[in-house]
Design a binder for this molecule. Structure first.
Ligand SMILES: [Zn+2]
Ligand SMILES: [Zn+2]
Ligand SMILES: [Zn+2]
Length: 243
């Protein structure tokens, strides 16, 4: 392609072929265009006389990518033709009306199915959390690492409203026994490097709620209202509050 004469010939050849301003595009031409590089396609659509005020308008025939029937779209602008060509080139052929409707319907149903699956999964996760992790009589298996415990509590999407209501109707002392709270409290202690936030003491650490606003949604609010305190500072925190 570095031979100037060859280049010149290509350009001359190109000048002979120009897609007229209102030329109909047959499905054969459309196919050829979609196998041609974007730069050449663009050059084929260049106005022969740049001063003309007329704008490109092409009735374009395309073979449906699904049923292969030919259909014609009236008066596409050059940008619309090129969008279709680009899509075809990238493997997204155009569809006839019937196939398009069918495809849209399929997409809608698929979306609906996915939505139902998501809802079902959330419902199951919620039940699972209540049954296993919010049961004060359940304990974590010793072989289950903290990382896995924390993952189990925070990873699955649950219905936060139901979980919150469920936790809030629990007796608080029972809540503190749940695998749910134990995993969360341990995470808070780890993040605090097992030191009291007030006095850096590392013995008898408790995890304290600075507010109870998010009580019941501890698993997904980022722990900003949970702090690690030693027994002494914890008692102090509650006394100050209670007064
Ligand atoms: Zn079709
Ligand atoms: Zn507390
Ligand atoms: Zn302390």
């Amino acid at each position: 392609m570095n031979d100037p004469i060859q280049m010149e010939n290509i350009i001359l050849e190109r000048e002979k072929r120009y897609i007229g301003l209102t030329e109909n595009i047959s499905s054969d031409l459309f196919n050829v265009l979609s196998q041609t590089t974007p730069a050449i396609v663009a050059s084929l659509f260049k106005k022969k006389n740049p001063n003309t005020k007329q704008i490109h308008s092409h009735d374009t025939s395309i073979k449906c990518a699904i049923c292969s029937s030919e259909f014609t779209i009236k008066a596409l602008t050059i940008a619309q033709v090129q969008d279709r060509i680009k899509a075809q080139r990238n493997g997204f052929g155009s569809l006839c009306d019937t196939c398009q409707k069918e495809s849209d319907r399929f997409d809608r149903e698929e979306e609906e199915r996915k939505k139902l699956d998501r809802e079902k999964a959330i419902e199951n996760n919620t039940k699972c959390m209540i049954k296993h992790y919010l049961n004060p009589n359940n304990v974590w298996k010793t072989e289950c690492t903290h990382k896995n415990r924390f993952h189990d509590i925070t990873y699955y999407t649950v219905n936060d409203t139901i979980i919150k209501e469920y936790i809030r109707q629990m007796e608080y002392s029972l809540f503190l026994q749940t695998p749910y709270w134990k995993a969360i409290a341990q995470e808070v202690r780890i993040r605090a490097k097992f030191k009291c936030k007030q006095c850096e003491n590392s013995e008898n650490l408790a995890v304290h709620h600075t507010t109870y606003e998010n009580h019941g949604n501890e698993h997904n609010v980022g722990f900003f209202d949970l702090i690690c305190l030693c027994d002494k500072c914890h008692k102090k925190a509650h006394n100050i509050k209670d007064k």
